[in-house]
Design a protein around this ligand. Structure first.
Ligand SMILES: [Zn+2]
Length: 379
């Protein structure tokens, strides 16, 4: 605890050499051998079936999970996502927590807010720890007059105020990676090239009539300006994945915001290939504001063994990048990647302590190990 505070203070005055040397020391970082035993949280997955393949792999790899419901047309209807989340969380409370979502259907009706609040009240009673809003707000949903609804629309405020009063987290996947507004050949990571080829409806470079990247970010910021007390988790690095400088400015401006790293490690690696020390400095400085996640999705059609293998490989690859100083190949980039070798204290926060703090440790209650007397849980 003390050590990381000292480093934080040093970083503030720009004394990077010491922090870097300390973090690079062999005993300062976890190794690949530590992966299996360190307690970890993947704060961004989507389990859309009651099959337990991902939960089983999480147990094998010492992960707890947050499965996030989302108003996404490629996923089952929200009612089905709710049914799955309720069943899985009830069966695996030590392993799985969930985030609810609401639909934009009925937006133009006068009782839309009231209905959404009723739904969220019921979801919180089922144990939901957060509510996710998705990029359909800002990128596809239109009101009865044909106007695109943005996230700073005042009609959301009553809903956000309800979430805040219940001390739940608002998870926002708003906008898209900046690559979405670029021609394919200028995109920085392979995953984006593939996704936007396959989802032209969300590929904004092809839709110049739609809001720009900066307009999406500005709408999100105006929403946070109006709801400064809400606990916000910017999914996918708050769509500021392309620049640790921009993300640092966002985190400085919004002290009640954290971000997850889900499905954006490639963009981080793209930056660390250009300036590794700068990216490493960012992780150390914002160690309390970053939550590990992958965006792994499990759908009914997925084969359990394949899904388990993929999830395990993704978790291992990210562990290698964040913890070791190895040079290796990541499918997101054509060039090899050099691991950040982050200090253990920083990794513990990014991998579990921040998630527990932000979400009130929803996995804790039924954890078999938690049976120990509280006096043993020392600070
Ligand atoms: Zn997701």
């Amino acid at each position: 605890m003390k050590k990381s505070k000292i480093i934080g203070a040093l970083l503030g005055c720009g004394c990077m050499a010491f922090a870097s040397a300390w973090g690079s020391a062999g005993d300062g970082s976890f190794t690949m051998a530590d992966f299996a035993s360190v307690d970890k949280v993947d704060i961004h997955v989507h389990i859309n079936t009651t099959d337990t393949a991902l939960i089983d792999q999480a147990a094998a790899d010492h992960f707890r999970l947050l499965t996030i419901n989302v108003d996404y047309p490629d996923f089952p209807a929200l009612a089905e996502q709710r049914r799955v989340a309720h069943a899985l969380v009830a069966a695996h409370p030590e392993r799985l927590a969930y985030a609810a979502a609401f639909s934009m259907q009925g937006w133009d009706e006068p009782d839309w807010q009231q209905k959404v609040i009723q739904l969220l009240d019921s979801e919180f009673a089922h144990g939901a720890v957060a509510v996710k809003v998705w990029k359909n707000i800002g990128m596809s949903f239109r009101d009865a007059k044909g106007k695109l609804v943005m996230i700073d629309d005042p009609k959301f405020d009553a809903v956000f105020e309800f979430i805040r009063r219940r001390n739940k987290v608002l998870i926002g996947h708003l906008g898209e990676p900046r690559n979405c507004w670029l021609p394919i050949e200028q995109m920085t990571v392979n995953g984006d090239k593939e996704y936007f080829r396959e989802h032209p409806q969300y590929y904004m470079y092809k839709h110049p009539e739609m809001p720009t990247y900066e307009e999406q970010m500005a709408a999100r910021d105006r929403m946070l300006d109006r709801n400064p007390q809400i606990k916000f988790m910017g999914a996918h690095m708050a769509s500021l994945e392309w620049s640790v400088d921009r993300l640092a400015a966002f985190l400085d401006r919004y002290p009640n915001a954290v971000v997850d790293l889900a499905a954006r490690m490639g963009q981080v690696q793209f930056q660390s290939n250009q300036d590794r020390e700068k990216v490493r400095r960012f992780f150390i400085r914002y160690q309390d504001r970053l939550l590990y996640g992958t965006d792994t999705a499990q759908n009914a059609r997925d084969k359990g063994q394949e899904l388990r293998h993929e999830a395990h490989e993704t978790w291992l690859r990210d562990w290698r990048y964040l913890n070791t100083e190895e040079t290796f190949k990541d499918p997101e980039l054509d060039a090899p990647v050099h691991g950040l070798g982050l200090p253990r204290d920083v990794v513990r926060k990014i991998y579990s302590a921040n998630a527990e703090r932000w979400y009130g440790n929803p996995w804790h209650a039924a954890e078999p190990h938690a049976a120990a007397p509280t006096s043993q849980v020392s600070k």
